[in-house]
Design a protein around this ligand. Structure first.
Ligand code: SF4
Length: 191
């Protein structure tokens, strides 16, 4: 799974300094980085007036997790700087419905083993840790809905159960090769 470089673990009670200068750099060079969860795909497809299948075909690219070969989807990138397909003149064109990972940035989370979450803060841009003080708990309250939390917990649980099966399938059926050959057939995601 994608992990943000230069990040540090934080607690909900922590306070960090954060400054956004609207440079849109976090939306560039993001090939394979902006993960699209099923929930994101559903809302974005509705917003864009396309079916979920059309959304996946047009706006995402499939990647296989290195350890298991499990397929995941990330937003498509365009141009020499691998900018997110939804970046338009330094602005996000789907601001209200951008994927959960974007809403939470510069924080990111994943479920821990105790039914809670581990929280991380990205310091990958130099200006980020130089702004006003942000309480992690407040950021989560404003940018992580209960629906997001529920979804993430269930999604991770399902992935933990299903992903190892993909390993077996890949070994038995050479599924990895089949998927990759689909990708290399000129179009992505089996289009
Ligand atoms: S969806 Fe919007 S915020 Fe997220 S990477 Fe794309 S342009 Fe940036």
């Amino acid at each position: 799974m994608y992990e943000i470089k230069n990040s540090k673990e934080v607690e909900l009670t922590d306070r960090v300094r954060f400054r956004c200068i609207r440079c849109a750099e976090c939306c560039r060079n993001v090939e394979g980085a902006v993960i699209v969860e099923v929930k994101d795909a559903y809302y974005l497809a509705k917003h864009l007036g396309v079916t979920v299948a059309e959304f996946y075909n047009k706006y995402t690219r499939m990647f296989l997790l290195e350890d298991t070969g499990f397929p995941i989807f990330a937003l498509e990138t365009v141009g020499k700087d691998n900018a997110c397909i939804f970046l338009s003149k330094k602005r996000c064109s789907v601001q209200e419905l951008k994927p959960r990972t974007c809403k939470m940035y510069p924080f990111w989370i994943y479920p821990d083993d105790n039914g809670g979450f581990q929280y991380n803060f990205s310091t990958e841009r130099r200006h980020h840790p130089k702004g006003s003080i942000v309480r992690v708990k407040d950021w989560m309250r404003d940018n992580l809905s209960e629906e997001d939390k529920e979804y993430l917990t269930e999604d991770t649980r399902a992935l933990t159960e299903i992903a190892p099966l993909f390993n077996i399938l890949h070994k038995r059926l050479d599924l990895r090769e089949a998927v990759l050959s689909l990708e290399n057939g000129g179009k992505k995601n089996g289009k």
